[in-house]
Design a protein around this ligand. Structure first.
Ligand SMILES: Nc1ncnc2c1ncn2[C@@H]1O[C@H](COP(=O)(O)OP(=O)(O)O)[C@@H](O)[C@H]1O
Ligand SMILES: [Mg+2]
Length: 331
């Protein structure tokens, strides 16, 4: 009987001794969806991925992957998954092409089929020109693409990507994102972890925000921002030791500005529609949450306050995380 969901976990828990790395989380990944786990280092993302991939046992809870329990049906589950671990584990002794072929042999794929599939995957990973190169001669981005190509050799229904672009330079990240978009369009279910909010915004249709083994929020990137932040943010610098005292003053000033409900921008377009919510103090700057950051800045200038720098931007998932946990995502 076909199941609707690709993955479903309930009460999923992983304990190491008396430390709880994953603390009873529930989530469902739908078929064909691109689903993310966003959270800082130590949140329990890799541990969760290892339990999905049938390489770590769980301490409590239930898990279904393609309708199967990874603990009962490890080999069957692994045959239907493509796994990209946080650290590349390519065979450095082998060439790029041989890495894919050897991996395909583990799955017992017929040789002729595998050879054709390997050339297709080299093409997909934009590594055809590197087919005979040794892995150690590849750049970080190329290694990551080879790891993805290799994980696709068994035509998996679900691809698990643990921090796919961490450590890559911006150009290499964008090439990789483009490949992942293509996989998404082809209908592969993607499950990825990241501590980069821009990656989550780019790649995930839906995500859970995780921290200390727990789910803090769930939704689409846009939905999470709508529910947990204002439309815009005004970033101000007043000088290192003045940020805290200014925060109080700004809160008093902007709280008296007309505030539409939910702290969102009023559609009336009135100049005073600041939609102020609150101020966050970071070590190096202040974040003013408001529906219209431009209007907030006007009020601040009108009150005679002179920040050293000011920047108006849209809210991001970083702001959602800060709101939910009081901490920043990237350490
Ligand atoms: N094998 C292990 N033994 C003990 N603690 C572990 C082990 N693996 C992970 N942890 C701990 O569990 C927590 C979550 O780790 P991890 O799942 O790797 O987080 P993330 O991938 O989100 O950075 C961390 O505090 C980590 O130190
Ligand atoms: Mg990790």
């Amino acid at each position: 009987m076909p199941v609707e969901h690709a993955i479903r976990a309930t009460g999923l828990t992983k304990r190491y001794g008396d430390f709880t790395a994953v603390d009873g989380i529930d989530f469902t990944v739908n078929r064909g969806e691109s689903f993310g786990l966003l959270g800082p280092n130590g949140a329990g993302k890799s541990t969760t991925m290892r339990m999905i991939a049938a390489v770590a046992s769980r301490s409590a809870g239930t898990m279904s992957v393609a309708g199967l329990d990874p603990e009962q049906n490890g080999p069957e589950v692994r045959a239907r998954l493509g796994v990209i671990p946080q650290q590349d584990n390519l065979d450095e002794e082998l060439s790029v092409r041989e890495n894919i072929i050897m991996y395909g042999r583990y799955f017992g794929l017929p040789r002729r089929w595998l050879n054709a599939k390997t050339e297709e995957l080299l093409e997909f990973a934009q590594l055809t020109h590197k087919a005979t190169a040794r892995v150690e001669d590849l750049s970080g981005g190329m290694k990551r693409r080879l790891t993805i190509a290799r994980a696709l050799v068994n035509e998996p229904e679900i691809l698990l990507l643990d921090e796919p672009t961490t450590g890559l330079d911006p150009q290499a990240r964008h090439i990789l994102w483009d490949r992942l978009f293509r996989l998404r369009e082809s209908g592969t279910t993607l499950v990825l972890t990241t501590h980069h909010m821009d990656e989550a915004e780019q790649l995930c249709e839906r995500l859970i925000v995780v921290d200390q083994g727990r789910i803090m929020a769930e939704g689409s990137p846009a939905g999470l921002i709508r529910d947990h932040s204002t439309r815009e943010v005004l970033e101000l610098r007043f000088g290192l030791d003045r940020n805290q005292e200014q925060a109080q003053q700004l809160t008093t000033l902007l709280s008296s500005a007309p505030a539409p409900s939910n702290g969102r921008a009023s559609s009336s377009g009135s100049a005073s529609g600041v939609g102020f919510s609150h101020v966050e103090v970071l070590p190096d700057r202040l974040l003013v949450y408001a529906g219209s950051a431009e209007s907030a800045l006007e009020q601040i200038h009108a009150a005679g306050l002179r920040p050293m720098t000011s920047l108006v931007r849209r809210s991001s998932l970083e702001d959602v995380f800060l709101r939910l946990t009081g901490r920043t995502l990237v350490d």
